[in-house]
Structures are given as C-alpha cells and as structure tokens.
Design a protein around this ligand. Structure first.
Ligand code: CP
Length: 307
C-alpha cells in the first residue's frame, strides 16, 4: 500500500507531488462513499481524534468533525474560548492533558504560526494543521486544488490568480505551494500593501490590476480581507478596496472567456466578492466545501496508518 512521506500534516511545503496525488486518489474513493445512501465506513474505528481549536472556525471544524465521524473515529472537540486556557493553561499542558485521555490524532487550529510544528516535536500523536496564523492551511489548499482538478480535469498547466489579502493569508501560501507542486502557474493580485515583500521569491507572477489578473487566469481564488489580523490601515476604506479589487459580474462580463471563481470562506460579500459572482454559475465555492470532507477523510485515513 502507498503511504504518505510524513506522519503529520503540518503544511504543503513538506509534501511531495506523490503525497498530494495519493491524497487526491484516496479522496476520490471517499467522495464516492459520501454519495452513497450510507455515508459511513469503519476505517478509523478505535481511533480517537481531538479537534483542538484556539481560533474561530465554521467550515474547517465542521468538515474535520464530519470526516472523522464518516470514518467511524471517536471524536472530542476543544474550543479554547470555553476552556482552561482562559485560566492560563499553556498549549503544551492543554494538549498533554487531552492526550492523557488516550487520543491518537490532534487536529489543531492556532493563531500562532508554527504552533502545530512545535507540538509535533513534543507529543506522539499525529498532528494535522487546520490553520496556523498567517502561515499555512494545508487541507484548504488540498481541497482547492482537488476542486480545480474536478472542474477542469487537471491542475497542471492551469493559470490560477490568488486575489486579495495575500499578506495575512495562510490559504495563499499553502495554495502557492500546492498549485506549483502540481504544475500550475500562479499569480497574486492585490494592493502592494497586502502583498508580502518576499512574494516574488516564491516564483509567482505579481499583478496589481484585478482586471488584468482575471484576463490572465483560468481560475480566480478570491481571498477574504482579514480585518481581524490588520493592526494598521492597509487601504483607505472597504468601499475603496471593493471599487479597485472587488470581483463582480461587471468585470467578468468584460472578459472574453469563462473563468472559475473560488473563495475559501467566510466571504465578505460586497467587499472582495459580490453576490452576483459568489452565487453565479462561475462559482465553485460550495463544491470546495463539499470536497473538504472527502479531502479531510483522505488525510486522516492516510495519517492514521503512520505511527
Ligand atoms: N476556509 C476556512 O478555513 O474557513 P473557517 O475559518 O470557517 O474554518
């Protein structure tokens, strides 16, 4: 049986193309399971998984929990806001206490970049990074690339524009690594203040006019403006951002081709993306969410076999 080259999923950076293809092929099988009347398989029976979330989440948390339950794992959920973290307990103490209850895998979201990497050096359980600050969000990138493969047949050779708040986005970095490993061309587009200084070193094209980015690409992955991570003003107002960088139907109508629109969610409707695009036939936003469950089933299943 083929195996992943790593026992933790900390980021896309450390995955090989073969790892990604193995996750996709495994997700294909689980997607078929998810379309059956009985959507459950016994693959992770007797495996206990803790979802440890130190930051808010809707999609990722529900998607992991559903994936775990579809695989028949036992699941415990931890949300820092209602935990003893509020009394000053540290990350390592929190996780060690959860592991003392005989947990096999930890799915963790944390606002500090590197938190799951730190944890992986101190505990025996398999760790899955469900988003670490502005660093990586590997399962989001996997489900994004899987959705492009499903929609366009292949990722290799496709042009993908990542538009918006790249500076604060873990989705952007993981997408860049994943898409490049699979042979896609990547462009980033946004105001200069929202593009990291190192971005060209990652081998991506840089564009500041959103219409030119849309003209260039086959797929536009529109990112959320992350106001909660912005301590200073990166642009004058949301209205001005929307005027210059918002993706709307009028812009798409000026293109002489059809493009695919993606967004990792949650959407700031009317800011980075208008409803006339988010809810249109161009958009595969809800297919991304659907594919997230199959991708997370594949990741958990493959990691569970590696001790
Ligand atoms: N895409 C994503 O990570 O969404 P949540 O923050 O709701 O999990």
């Amino acid at each position: 049986m083929q195996q992943l080259s790593t026992r933790h999923l900390l980021g896309i950076k450390n995955l090989s193309e073969e790892d990604i293809q193995l996750i996709f092929e495994t997700a294909d099988s689980f997607k078929e399971v998810l379309n059956r009347p009985i959507k459950k398989v016994p693959s992770l029976r007797d495996i206990t998984i803790a979802n440890v979330f130190f930051e808010n989440s809707t999609r990722t948390k529900l998607s992991f929990e559903l994936a775990e339950k579809r695989l028949s794992a036992d699941v415990v959920n931890f949300a820092s806001g209602s935990s003893s973290v509020k009394k000053g307990e540290t990350l390592i103490d929190t996780v060690n206490n959860i592991l003392a209850m005989k947990v096999d895998m930890v799915v963790m979201r944390h606002s500090s970049p590197g938190a799951p990497h730190f944890l992986s050096r101190h505990i025996r359980a398999n760790i899955v990074n469900a988003g670490d600050g502005t660093h990586e969000h590997p399962t989001q990138a996997l489900l994004d690339a899987f959705s492009i493969r499903e929609k366009l047949g292949d990722v290799a050779g496709k042009k993908v524009a990542i538009i918006g708040d790249v500076l604060h986005s873990r989705v952007a970095l993981s997408n860049i690594f994943c898409l490049q490993k699979l042979g896609a061309e990547v462009m980033v587009c946004g105001p200069a203040t929202l593009l990291p200084k190192y971005i060209r070193d990652l081998g991506v094209q840089v564009e500041q006019e959103v219409f030119k980015a849309l003209q260039w690409c086959d797929v536009a992955n529109v990112l959320r403006i992350q106001l909660e991570r912005q301590q200073i003003k990166y642009f004058p107002s949301l209205r001005e951002y929307s005027l210059y960088y918002g993706v709307n139907k009028k812009l798409l109508n000026r293109l002489n081709k059809e493009i695919v629109i993606m967004h990792p969610g949650p959407i700031n409707r009317g800011v980075e993306l208008n409803s006339d695009v988010a809810d249109s036939d161009h958009s595969i936003i809800l297919q991304q969410v659907e594919n997230g469950v199959a991708i997370r089933m594949a990741v958990l299943y493959l990691l569970a076999g590696l001790k």
